[in-house]
Design a binder for this molecule. Structure first.
Ligand code: ZN
Length: 114
């Protein structure tokens, strides 16, 4: 399953970065662009399954932030929001120059208050 491998990647990144402090993480926020092929609900399900199987992470929370698709119009020299997969600027110029929407990264890590 695609989402489970993403969740495993997230945890290996966290383990690498924070080592034993990973147990003190309360919440992880990931940002996924609409083009990154990530379904927030599926990621959430995969995350819940993962922490269920890994007791030390039982009370960790996940938040998925979804980024809009933004493309750049060379004609207007402006960025525009791509809606309904219509890669056309309001001036009518088509563009596949994506400046946002492909990303998938850990955007925030919140530690438990001790
Ligand atoms: Zn334009």
């Amino acid at each position: 399953m695609h989402e489970l491998s993403i969740v495993k990647d997230i945890f290996s990144t966290l383990e690498e970065h924070y080592q034993t402090k990973i147990n003190d993480i309360q919440k992880v926020q990931i940002t996924a662009g609409l083009l990154s092929n990530v379904q927030p609900i599926l990621i959430q399900n995969a995350f819940d399954a993962f922490i269920h199987d890994n007791e030390v992470y039982n009370d960790m929370d996940l938040e998925v932030v979804v980024n809009d698709i933004i493309a750049h119009c060379d004609n207007c020299d402006k960025d525009f929001k791509v809606e309904f997969h219509r890669f056309v600027c309001s001036c009518g110029t088509p563009s596949t120059n994506i400046v946002q929407g492909n990303e998938l990264f850990i955007s925030k890590v919140i530690f438990k208050q001790s």
